[in-house]
Design a protein around this ligand. Structure first.
Ligand SMILES: Nc1ncnc2c1ncn2[C@@H]1O[C@H](COP(=O)(O)OP(=O)(O)OP(=O)(O)O)[C@@H](O)[C@H]1O
Ligand SMILES: [Mg+2]
Length: 330
């Protein structure tokens, strides 16, 4: 039984998981796209499904949504077995597919009405759910426009509105910001973050910052296997492992090398000056331990070199996978 003053997270964790995946395998002929993966998604959480191209993310998503049969294993969504009741499962899932297939000749309004009827909604219900989804995704200004005349950002919103029509408990978004310009990416992420307040979300990406911005937990796929599962910070081992840092000081390049040595930092590469001005030296260093950054700042200050930049770098997905593979080999 839960304690009387249980928090939201505790209450959600006490509910049965919205998604249960066990021993999931899928082969396309000789290609083993999924080699037996297991994970669960708790109610109210935003799960980032991360992995490089070809890792098996879309394949897993297609099985979860009932669009593709698994070769082995079991998937349950909201307690419903996907293989046994694919239609029932679709009632619980809103799905924005990879590359967001839409009918470009249809107007936004007509497409959403059509999609609502495909969810077996009828009569006044149709207009009600379309109005709600249009309002939620900010589509008012393009409501009467043909989809083919809408910007990529608005088209993504149309795809998202379609996924929301039947008010599903689980939202599955496959690369929702792919191909958007930076401003549209920011808008789309804000929208997804807002939706994450009410719904359980699975979002796939091969871009680390995307997942960092949205997900509270990550499942990392690599060549059809799950190689990590947990909060992103823990997976990256940011507080324990080596941290890459961009440094720029007002000093000569050889003086920056001395600072790096005294701060016990490893010199990785000299970088072009990031700011205008003379007498600037910049480099990427690697420091060990949580106090690595402050050691550099302290040594630079003691030497009297003004500090212009001291920035931990976001690790790339490639770096993350290299580390995981090295870990496996040890
Ligand atoms: N219909 C198909 N027929 C044959 N092989 C396929 C098919 N769909 C996917 N694959 C293969 O299965 C593997 C996993 O592909 P999948 O699309 O699931 O990866 P992904 O993680 O979504 O990649 P991306 O980041 O590029 O979207 C890849 O080797 C891919 O070439
Ligand atoms: Mg994919």
């Amino acid at each position: 039984m839960l304690p009387k003053h249980a928090g939201v997270a505790e209450v959600a964790a006490a509910q049965p998981p919205v998604v249960r995946v066990a021993g999931l395998k899928k082969s396309y002929g000789k290609v083993e796209a999924l080699r037996g993966i297991d994970f669960e998604v708790n109610q109210g959480s935003v799960l980032g499904f991360l992995g490089p191209n070809g890792a098996g993310k879309t394949t897993a998503i297609k099985i979860l949504t009932g669009y593709l049969a698994a070769s082995a294993g079991r998937v349950e969504v909201c307690g419903v077995d996907v293989a046994e009741e694919p239609l029932e499962v679709k009632r619980h899932i809103g799905y924005l597919a990879e590359n967001n297939p839409l009918y470009l000749d249809m107007r936004v309004a007509d497409f959403l009405h059509f999609a609502a009827r495909a969810f077996f909604l009828t009569g006044r219900q149709v207009q009600q759910v379309v109005d709600r989804a249009v309002c939620c995704t900010g589509l008012e200004e393009v409501y009467r426009r043909p989809i083919g005349h809408c910007s990529k950002g608005f088209r993504q919103r149309v795809g998202l509105a379609q996924a929301l029509l039947h008010d599903p408990q689980l939202l599955i978004l496959d690369e929702p910001t792919n191909g958007l310009d930076p401003l549209q990416v920011v808008e789309m992420r804000a929208l997804i973050r807002e939706l994450g307040r009410q719904k359980t979300i699975i979002i796939t990406s091969h871009v680390l910052p995307e997942i960092e911005a949205l997900a509270d937990r990550v499942v990392l796929l690599h060549e059809g296997r799950k190689v990590a599962d947990g909060p992103l910070g823990g997976i990256l081992g940011q507080d324990l492992a080596h941290c890459l840092v961009r440094v720029c000081l007002r000093c000569k390049p050889e003086q920056l090398r001395t600072v790096a040595e005294e701060a016990n930092a490893v010199w990785l590469e000299e970088r072009p000056q990031p700011f205008a001005g003379d007498d600037l030296a910049a480099a990427t260093l690697e420091v060990a331990g949580a106090d690595g950054l402050s050691r550099i700042a302290t040594v630079a200050a003691q030497a009297g070199y003004p500090l212009l930049e001291l920035a931990p770098q976001t690790r790339s997905l490639e770096y993350l996978f290299q580390n995981l593979k090295q870990g496996e080999e040890k």
